[in-house]
Design a protein around this ligand. Structure first.
Ligand code: PLP
Length: 348
């Protein structure tokens, strides 16, 4: 199968496996693992923050970051289909006792005006205090869309003005940086805390980091342990992260070009795909107009040898390009997908 379900599908390359095999390791809980320490320094520098803390998953990084910024009863504002709201099992409520307020977004983005008009920044005796704004870049549910730098800066300025903390779920921040052709720090520095994920476009088997000020990261290390994420000889996998920073960031442009080509090929075959909306490595396909349910469309594609996946939108499928997808895979998917989907229509 040509696996376009997610960029989490990658397997470590032989070179990454060699880096893993050669890793120097130590007790990570005691901060004695040189490879984890190196990875943390590299990521902090890339993101323009004092420190970064290595954790197993981006979900854990997000949940630790949010926990740092408030107390039970405080409110988090986030775009309604953001990962922290739709795919972390109520983590902000369960781990931190936060209320979450979902806001409608434009391509996954919130505006300063929305934040200004929604946030409860006064503290009377009846109103939950809005404390945190959480944004996502690239934004998964809107199809890997990337925020413009001015938009992030404007939101960050508003948060500062209103004394709100800004968290950036940058699980795919490097995709955004490559798409905008800016250093990752330009995107990450305006936020108080930032998550990045190594197991998506960067092709690592696991791992994520949360970055922020030295004071916040000292507390983050305590929550990492509290949430059960403090590890031992984690340099074994952190070595994959160091390798990926050296070899798998610039090449994300290839994933983006392949996603664009896929979108153009599918649109040329009259499938409901908008190539102009493809900014990074996601392609969205609306099966509603074809007259198929998501489940039917996914089954047909799979039968034809192409793996797409569903999204939070009831009739929208997505295809995601990544390290293990070649130009030939994309051309083959362009050949197979239209027949699988519109053939279904002809038979219906
Ligand atoms: C935007 C975003 N944030 C966070 C995550 C969580 O990543 P993980 O599976 O490493 O917990 C994902 C995973 O798909 C994601 O898309």
């Amino acid at each position: 199968m040509i696996d376009l379900r997610s960029d989490t599908a990658t397997r470590p390359t032989p070179e990454m496996r060699a880096a893993i095999a050669a890793a120097e390791v130590g007790d990570e809980q005691k901060r004695e693992d040189p490879t984890v320490n190196l990875l943390e320094r590299r990521v902090a520098e890339l993101l323009g923050h004092d420190e970064a803390v290595y954790v197993p998953t981006a979900t854990m990084a997000n949940e630790i970051a949010l926990r740092l910024h408030g107390e039970p009863g405080d409110e988090v504002l986030a775009e309604e289909s953001s990962h922290i709201l739709v795919a972390e099992l109520g983590g902000p409520a369960a781990h931190s006792g936060f209320l979450t307020r979902p806001l409608p977004g434009d391509r996954g983005r919130l505006t300063p005006e929305q934040i200004r008009t929604t946030a409860n920044t006064f503290e009377d005796l009846h109103t939950p205090r809005t404390r945190i704004v959480s944004i996502e870049n690239t934004h998964n549910s809107s199809g890997g869309r990337a925020w413009q730098l001015e938009e992030i800066r404007a939101v960050a300025d508003t948060c500062r003005e209103l004394d709100l903390r800004l968290h950036l779920d940058g699980a795919r921040l490097f995709n955004a940086a490559v798409a905008l052709d800016v250093p990752p720090s330009e995107i990450a520095a305006p936020a108080d805390t930032v998550t990045i994920c190594l197991s998506k476009g960067l092709g690592c088997p696991l791992g994520a980091l949360v970055a922020g000020s030295a004071e916040l990261m000292q507390r983050a290390r305590r929550y990492k342990h509290f949430f059960g994420g403090a590890m031992r000889q984690a340099g074994i996998v952190a070595a994959a992260g160091v390798y990926a920073l050296d070899h798998h960031v610039d090449r994300l442009a290839e994933d983006h070009a392949r996603a664009k080509r896929l979108a153009e090929g599918l649109a040329a075959a009259d499938l409901p795909v908008e190539p102009d909306e493809v900014e990074t490595n996601f392609v969205q396909l609306d099966v509603g107009p074809i007259g198929l349910t998501t489940a039917e469309a996914l089954a047909r594609l799979r039968e034809a040898g192409v793996g797409f996946s569903g999204t939070v939108h009831p009739t929208t499928l997505r295809a995601v390009t990544h390290l293990d997808v070649t130009d030939e895979d994309i051309e083959r998917a362009i050949e197979l997908a239209p027949g699988a989907l519109t053939g279904a229509l002809a038979r219906a």
